[in-house]
Structures are given as structure tokens and as C-alpha cells.
Ligand binder design. Sequence first.
Ligand code: F6P
Length: 322
Amino acid sequence: MKKIAVFTSGGDSPGMNACLRAVVRTAIFHKIDVVGIVHGYDGMIKDEFIEMDASSVANIIHRGGTILKTARSKEFMTLEGQKKAMVNLLKHGIDGVVAIGGDGTFKGALEFSKMCKIPFVGCPGTIDNDLVGTDFTIGYDTAINTVVEAVDKIRDTAESHDRLFFVEVMGRDAGLIALRAGIGVGAESILMPETKTDIEDLIKRLENGRKNKSSKIIIVAEGDEAGGAFAIAEKVKKRLPEYDTRVTILGHIQRGGNPSAMDRVNSSRMGFAAVEALMNGEKNSMIGIVDKNIKYTPFENAVKHIQELNPDLMRMVDILSL
Ligand code: F6P
């Protein structure tokens, strides 16, 4: 390994900068040249390569977003786009690549590996926590803390007005933000794509809940199969018109902000491990942290989405929300 490239791709997540910093500084320590690719796969196609040194990543460990910018590249999904990307990697003499991103990023890398033999190693950067092979993805901890902070505020006003709130959180395909943030705010119910949402059951729970409760908060993952928070609230309102119901969509606020301490530490560990993995001949695998230890998972397994929800957590949610 004489020269590596690093890029961020897909939806940004707090901690991507900390990960990038770790990649650059670890590479420099091992006397490996490092270039950053701006705008993810799009930048690989359009030749947006920039030299990086230790000071290019100074003062970024605490910043949300990604200084390398990011994109969801349509062109990279085409053979033509991939050919251009490969030509640029070869032109810059790249021996290995660190991809910081989520599911789409690793699926792209896997597809690309059929044509391009330059090894790729991934760091899991997504707030959704929907990758197999790591306990927590980069940005997940910060995102759930953002949700908790926002919903605590909603709880105050919900309590004052005796209202029922439906709060929609991110997670197109996964409900893990909803699950942990929902536990953290003491939600009355958590609706996720992984579990079947039964509106009748939800109505029953609301009717049978403790009578002296003045506020009720239902957390809805955006990908829930019963629809988003507005659609579900509409259905419930029709059946329970006596409730004063409101809907809040938290949206992209969940993707920004300074990374939490946990995200900074995990990102640093994963960026550091990614460079050493490339040096050890690893390819097409994602770095993760499982039970506090670094683990490599092949991209094809990492993107499988089979996140079994912990049944103990699910049982606890029901009991604690009485
Ligand atoms: O993948 C992360 C994520 O934040 C999802 O939770 C969400 O559905 C999606 O990105 C939103 O993407 P965009 O910013 O492109 O609208």
C-alpha cells in the first residue's frame, strides 16, 4: 500500500469527519499517501481527487456533516460511470480505498469489485444503524440523542395540553432509530417496519392505557409499512376524535450536529482499523465493532438488512409504556 483514497458517500452522519481524520492520520503514520475524493462516487467519476495531509483533517473531529461532501450517485450505477471511476483511480495510482457510508455505498463497492480489482474496505457511516456486522454505525448514537432531546421538548408541550403526539423519525428501511430513541423518551408506542403495525391494536393500547396519563407520544419510523406519522395519525384521529392529536416530523435535524463522544470514539477506531485492514490485505469488507472488538464483515453480508430486533427489548417496551 503506497497510496490510498478515502471518500464519504450516501446520507451523511455525525462522526464521518472523525472517521476521515483517523483514516488520514493512520495512513500518514504508516507512510502511505492519502487522497480524498470529494462527493463520493460522483467525485470518483468526475475526478475530484484532493491530496490530504495531517492538517487537512485538523479541527474536524467534533464537526457533523462531512468535509469531503457526499452524494448518492446515479451515474455510478451504470457500467459507463464505473469505467470512468476506475480510470481515475488507476490514473491517481490508488492501491486501496476506504469507503465511509451505508448500505448503498457498500452495494456500489461490491458491484464495482466485479470490474475493478483495487481493494475496498468500508466504515459504516449511517444514522440508521441498519448494517449487519457492527453494534453501532457511525452517527447512530448522535441521531438518537438528537431525537431524545427533541421529543423531550415535545413531551413538555404535550403534557401541558394533554395531547397525543405522533413523532416521525428517520429510517427508510429500518426502525432502529425509532426503537432506541422511543425507549429513551418513554414512548407509549413505537411503530417500525420490522414489526407489523396494527392500527386496531394501537387504538386498544391507547384506550386501555393508564387513565391519568396526560400526554402520549407515539414514535413512528418513516419506513413503517402503515404509512408515515401523518397517515397513521389520520386513521387514529377518526377512531379517537376525543384526543387532541398533533404530528411532528423531525426530518434532517437527525443527520446533523456535533457527534457524541461515543460516535467520535467508534469512528476513530473504525477509521484506524480500516487502514490497517487494507495493509493486511483485507478487501470488500466492512469494519465494525461488535462486543467492543473490531470485526470484519464481507460487504454482501453487511448489507443484508436482517436486523433481528432484540425480543427482550420489544417486551420491555410494551411493559414500560403502560
Ligand atoms: O440513510 C439515512 C437516511 O437518513 C434515512 O434514514 C432517510 O430515509 C434517508 O437517509 C433520507 O435521505 P435524503 O437525505 O436523500 O432525503
